[in-house]
Design a protein around this ligand. Structure first.
Ligand SMILES: [Zn+2]
Length: 301
């Protein structure tokens, strides 16, 4: 050991190596590398993406409810022996199917002594600590869909880096897509007549709906829709759970899926966090019985 130290101290390269040996663990303790939780989402999340998608898929498919990656990492980064599955489950209220307030989770004996569970850290964390509003229903039957990309996921699409400000929900072509809320159709743009990828055509066939809930106006964007599948037209009112179109792979898309994106005051937000998993629309809703077809004149409202 002494010999190695002497050797390291005797040359510049050796000194640099020694410095790195000391510096790297210090930076790791300071969480200089890896995930950085900012403003409601996780930066540098690529290394957790597959693990997270696996757990979110299981739970969304089974209608258990939604827990964000940010919340999982809040605990996981303190003890990497924990599994995503158990953290997900610990953070869900089984009855309301909502993510539990952080202070409730911190009361569990396994987390009680965690640094992140100290009062001041909870306060600083910006983690949800109260009942959340869940004004939306699901945009697609989750039981048959797969989450292929989550909100703010860092990924590579067609060889390009991209941060995905939405949820991608894969399902077979022509699977019904539903409005998540009561609102008004802002736009219906169906420019593709074939269900194929067109990398120059962005969201492909798409519908935008705005919904006013508790004095907040959400914009919901449904993209890559199947050609000629629009069941609503511009200006028309829609109700929560009403079928508006069906799944396709038009535009900048690698396969049949729904791109579900929500924004509030012009800023994209996590659309999955708004969904009420106790609302039984995805399995029981009978779509398109007598809704007006898009060829009818649009409602004045
Ligand atoms: Zn997408």
């Amino acid at each position: 050991m002494k010999k190695i130290l002497a050797l390291l101290l005797s040359s510049t390269t050796g000194l640099i190596i020694l410095l790195l040996i000391i510096l790297v663990p210090v930076l790791m303790i300071l969480d200089f590398f890896g995930a950085n939780i900012t403003d409601g989402y996780v930066e540098d999340n690529m290394e957790y993406a597959e693990q997270y998608k696996s757990v979110v898929n299981k739970n969304v498919k089974n209608n258990n409810g939604y827990v964000s990656l940010e919340r999982i990492l809040y605990f996981y980064l303190e003890d990497e022996k924990l599994t995503f599955d158990e953290i997900y489950s610990d953070n869900l209220d089984k009855e309301s199917k909502k993510m539990l307030p952080i202070s409730d989770v911190c009361e569990l004996s396994k987390y009680k002594n965690f640094d992140v569970c100290k009062d001041e850290n909870i306060l600083e964390s910006g983690q949800i600590n109260e009942e959340q509003e869940k004004p939306f229903s699901s945009p697609i039957d989750f039981t048959s869909s797969s989450v292929t990309s989550f909100f703010m996921e860092q990924r590579v699409v067609f060889g390009k880096d991209d941060v995905h400000e939405a949820w991608d929900l894969a399902n077979s072509a022509q699977t019904p897509v539903y409005s998540t809320c009561d609102g008004k159709v802002e736009s219906v743009s169906f420019t593709q007549s074939q269900n194929v990828t067109d990398t120059s055509n962005g969201g492909g066939n798409q519908i935008k709906i705005s919904c006013e809930v508790n004095d907040l106006t959400y914009q919901v964007w449904y993209a890559h829709l199947y050609p000629n599948s629009a069941k609503v037209s511009k200006g028309q009112p829609v109700t929560k759970g009403q079928q508006i179109a069906s799944v396709g792979t038009t535009g900048y898309s690698t396969g049949n899926h729904l791109h579900y994106q929500v924004s509030l005051d012009g800023k994209t937000i996590d659309g999955m966090s708004l969904i009420d998993f106790t609302y039984e629309n995805d399995n029981t809703f009978k779509p398109n019985i007598d809704y007006p077809s898009p060829s009818l004149p649009s409602y004045k409202n």
